[in-house]
Design a protein around this ligand. Structure first.
Ligand code: SAH
Length: 286
């Protein structure tokens, strides 16, 4: 990726390599040869992200950055993307489905979307007070014997340190958290996580997208990547886009949001056979 980018103070970068060099130190290749790897800088990048979220209210408004009112449109958009995919990949007969909600926050997506379509949901969230709130928000009501859709495991870990149990998941859902990962951790996360998918399993990435290049948020250590940037990384992960869709109905001042369904084997013909090259409507938030 050689497109330039910006940070939240309006400072420009010639390309992502330059930005990563500033944020986490040397590039991957140089790191191998360096006598002193810049582990402290990388640690600082992740720590800043976690500290930011530690200071945020464990509420829908909190995890949505003050835009709690987009929750319903978000869930509706996700549902219309997910439902046909489940039929396409797993058939219309009911079967036992298992998913993982990555960067789950307070369990908003699990509660309003995933528990409706999956029998078991695991949650992965590095910020303790969010995960505790998720556990409370998702506590089953009534007779446990009746519960056929339930949260199962609550992992208090960041994505870059997580390796799933082999073959456990039909779907791995990653919404509004992958921007916290550096490019190399992004790629190694997906490579490890593939092992956690069942046959015909897939990933869903739902994320803000920048118009071009990237936008670095210095406050919470995250980057918003462009569609091209994402496609380049997915390729490096050995993943194929099975289908993608733009989220509709969000306020104009927000970034455009895209959903990608990603599979491990080259699809014979995905859901949207047309290649989705049309740039999304661009609404920058900073
Ligand atoms: N996906 C949830 C929460 C979005 S807020 C939802 O849509 O409601 C972003 C979440 O990413 C926060 O819960 C934050 O703690 C989490 N996060 C931050 N750094 C992360 C990392 N390195 N790995 C996984 N999650 C991270």
């Amino acid at each position: 990726m050689d497109a330039g980018g910006l940070d939240s103070d309006g400072h420009g970068f010639r390309n992502s390599k330059e930005m990563w060099r500033e944020e986490i130190g040397l590039g991957e290749e140089e790191e191998k040869d360096a006598t002193c790897a810049p582990a402290a800088k990388r640690h600082g990048w992740y720590q800043k992200g976690i500290s930011y979220w530690q200071g945020v209210d464990a509420s829908v408004d909190g995890v949505l950055g003050g835009y709690g009112h987009v929750h319903e449109a978000d869930v509706k958009g996700s549902e219309s993307f997910l439902k046909p995919l489940l039929v396409d990949r797993f058939g219309s007969e009911r079967r036992h489905l298992v998913t993982l909600d990555c960067g789950s926050g307070i369990g908003r997506v699990t509660k309003s979307l995933l528990l409706k379509h999956f029998n078991e949901v695991d949650l992965l969230e590095p910020v303790r007070h969010f995960l505790d709130a998720a556990r409370e928000n998702l506590a089953p009501e009534g007779d446990m014997k009746e519960v056929v859709h339930m949260p199962v495991n609550f992992y208090c870990l960041p994505l870059q340190e997580f390796t799933p149990e082999a073959g456990r998941y039909d779907v791995i859902w990653i919404q509004w958290c992958i921007g916290h990962l550096t490019d190399d951790d992004f790629v190694s996360f997906f490579k490890r996580a593939k092992v956690g998918l069942k046959h015909k399993g897939f990933f869903v990435v739902k994320e803000n997208v920048a118009r071009k290049g990237f936008v670095l948020d210095k406050e919470d250590s995250s980057i918003t990547r462009s569609d091209l940037y994402f496609r380049d990384l997915f390729k490096q992960c050995g993943l194929y886009i099975y289908s993608s869709k733009d989220q509709k109905g969000f306020p104009a001042e927000l970034f455009a949001v895209k959903m990608y369904a990603l599979v491990c084997n080259k699809p014979k013909g995905g859901r949207n056979k047309r290649l989705d090259y049309t740039p999304a409507l661009i609404k920058q938030s900073h």
